[in-house]
Ligand binder design. Structure first.
Ligand SMILES: O=C(O)COP(=O)(O)O
Ligand SMILES: [Mg+2]
Length: 241
């Protein structure tokens, strides 16, 4: 495991004191749950319905990160930031949503260390929140299906507030909810959205290397530590009252 208090996480290999934390916010796609197979399955069912060619799971995995609408736009255009034809998008989105609702947890499982890590964090007395860019209609049933819903005191989805990550709005909302200062709050995530949102909110951020990060190397991210698992993350923090 590499960890550091600077932005240069890739070369960091020094021991740091545990960060004093009260609240831990955890990202969903690519951090808690490996959702890529079911997101890709649903995207390919949509493409089939539209008479368009299927795409590899690896390609669709690189489209995950900025919510369902963006995932559909990227799947239709094959590009990260292009706008599809408005009529095609209007037709595709409800088809995608229906397929994903039907296939939410076919292959979706918690990553290794998630269940143990959450248990360790709960036992240590941290207040736990989940912050995802996934739409609430999918977030809640998915957390319930994987047995994680009860672990969190609050869950914020991509459409819970006017803005989602990388905007700091959901993180600031969580800080206020728990009456915590941003420096007493840690976000554990897998992508640039998480790193940018946490820095903008003034919170600490750890990243896991096994997630999605829109196809880019997690070691490029400006985060306080790269942690192999949530269980490893629990060893780098200490609880403040
Ligand atoms: O829905 C997405 O695209 C990503 O969701 P996440 O914020 O849980 O990684
Ligand atoms: Mg994520």
């Amino acid at each position: 495991m590499n960890h550091s208090s600077s932005s240069n996480t890739a070369s960091a290999d020094k021991t740091v004191s545990p960060i004093a934390i009260k609240v831990i916010m955890i990202d969903l796609d690519g951090t808690l749950l490996d959702t890529a197979e079911d997101l890709a399955l649903s995207a390919n069912l949509m493409l089939k319905d539209l008479g368009m060619p299927e795409q590899s799971t690896a390609t669709i995995r690189s489209y995950i990160g900025k919510g369902i609408q963006k995932l559909v736009k990227r799947t239709l255009t094959g590009q990260l930031d292009a706008e599809p034809d408005a009529a095609l998008f209007g037709k595709a989105l409800p088809i995608y949503e229906q397929h994903y609702a039907n296939n939410l947890s076919v292959n979706t499982r918690p990553y290794p260390g998630v269940v143990d890590g959450i248990q360790a964090l709960q036992q240590a007395g941290y207040r736990l929140a989940c912050i995802t860019n996934k739409a609430e209609a999918f977030t809640i049933p998915l957390l319930q299906a994987t047995g994680l819903f009860e672990k969190f005191e609050i869950v914020l989805s991509g459409d819970s507030l006017p803005k989602k990550k990388p905007d700091p709005m959901p993180l600031i909302h969580i800080c206020k909810h728990f009456d915590a200062q941003p420096h007493e709050v840690l976000l554990i995530g897998d992508s640039l959205n998480d790193a940018i949102a946490a820095k903008a909110a003034g919170c600490h951020v750890f990243c896991v290397p096994y997630g999605y990060n829109e196809g880019r190397d997690v070691y490029e991210l400006d985060c306080d530590a790269i942690v192999d698992t949530l269980l490893d993350a629990s060893k780098l923090v200490k609880r403040v009252a």
